[in-house]
Design a binder for this molecule. Structure first.
Ligand code: SAM
Length: 292
């Protein structure tokens, strides 16, 4: 007998079915409550962590401005991520989507600063009871490299290496994971310059590749080493698409064909240019993978 017929015929089954649906609804609701709180703590919105508006030059007294934090336009003084609410929501959607569709692979962020986006990904996996995906945390943990202007003219003048506040030691990032009870063996750290660590990293497959290294060089090093490991149906999220150097790394290279602007991501209301671009692989590895 089919499920519907059985349901019609049995009051006990009907109520068991209703109980299960109610339970699943309650689990989803509680998961949402937890992840919302984790997100708001990670971006510092929960406690109105003051930030520096990095578009302004000269000395500043840090203040909390919700509109900047919404779009990730300031550098929080103590919070664990600078990507802000919208881009964290975008990460949430993308990670849930690959889990729902069973897209195989791990999650990685290349360029983690204090670790907040990776902490969020680990929290999300935990709420779904996912134990077969790793969160990879890739950074120099010493800040950005100086621009190699000869090799990468697009990076000319981008002296982000001079911002010591972007150099967060590995131990501090690990402490941040620990503070949320999320430092475990499903989190793996890749310490060093992307060009040295990513090509040989023991990553088999990725479902989510979040790029946040700011420079052309950093974006290219990550894409060259990892893009071919991205499962069909997975996502590459390009945080820095608004930075011309980074945009060039996307639009002047073979993967440009698979680039979709953030606003075209189904369910993504973030037309904001800083949500930038989401490169989603619709194709299979054989058809879509650039050979570089
Ligand atoms: C803008 S911050 C990342 C922000 C972070 N995603 C967040 O959630 O707040 C950029 C990070 O990229 C790292 N980075 C940039 N280029 C790199 C490279 N070539 N190799 C290693 N780390 C790099 C820096 O050390 C820094 O932590």
């Amino acid at each position: 007998m089919g499920l519907l017929a059985r349901l019609r015929g049995s009051r006990a089954l009907r109520s068991e079915f209703a109980d299960r649906a109610a339970l699943e609804g309650e689990i989803a609701r509680l998961r949402g409550v937890y992840l919302q709180l984790v997100k708001d703590c990670l971006i510092g919105a929960a406690y109105r962590d003051p930030g520096i508006d990095h578009e302004q030059s000269g000395p500043q007294t840090p203040v909390f401005r919700s509109e900047l934090r919404e779009s990730g336009l300031d550098w929080p003084v103590t919070a664990h991520s600078m990507i802000g609410n919208r881009r964290m929501l975008n990460l949430w959607e993308v990670c849930e989507d690959v889990i729902a569709r069973g897209v195989p692979g791990d999650f990685i962020e290349t360029g983690v600063w204090r670790g907040g986006a990776c902490i969020f990904m680990r929290a999300l996996l935990k709420t779904y009871g996912v134990t077969d995906r790793t969160v990879w945390v890739a950074d120099s943990f010493e800040g950005l490299p100086p621009p190699d202007e000869e090799k990468y003219p697009a990076d000319r003048g981008l002296f982000l290496n001079r911002f010591r506040s972007l150099a967060i030691p590995l131990e501090e990032v690990q402490d941040n994971f620990r503070a949320y009870g999320l430092l475990d063996d499903q989190v793996k750290f890749l310490k060093g310059w992307f060009k040295d660590t990513l090509p040989t990293a023991p990553i088999e497959r990725l479902a989510v590749l979040r790029l946040d290294g700011d420079l052309y060089e950093s974006t290219m090093d990550a894409l060259r080493a990892l893009y071919h490991k991205l499962s069909a149906g997975g996502y590459a999220i390009v945080d820095d698409f608004h930075i011309p150097a980074c945009r060039q790394a996307i639009t002047l290279n073979p993967w440009r064909a698979s680039v979709r602007k953030g606003s075209s991501f189904p369910g993504d209301a973030h037309a904001n240019r800083l949500i930038t671009c989401l490169a989603r692989r619709y194709t299979t590895a054989a058809a879509g993978c650039p050979s570089m």
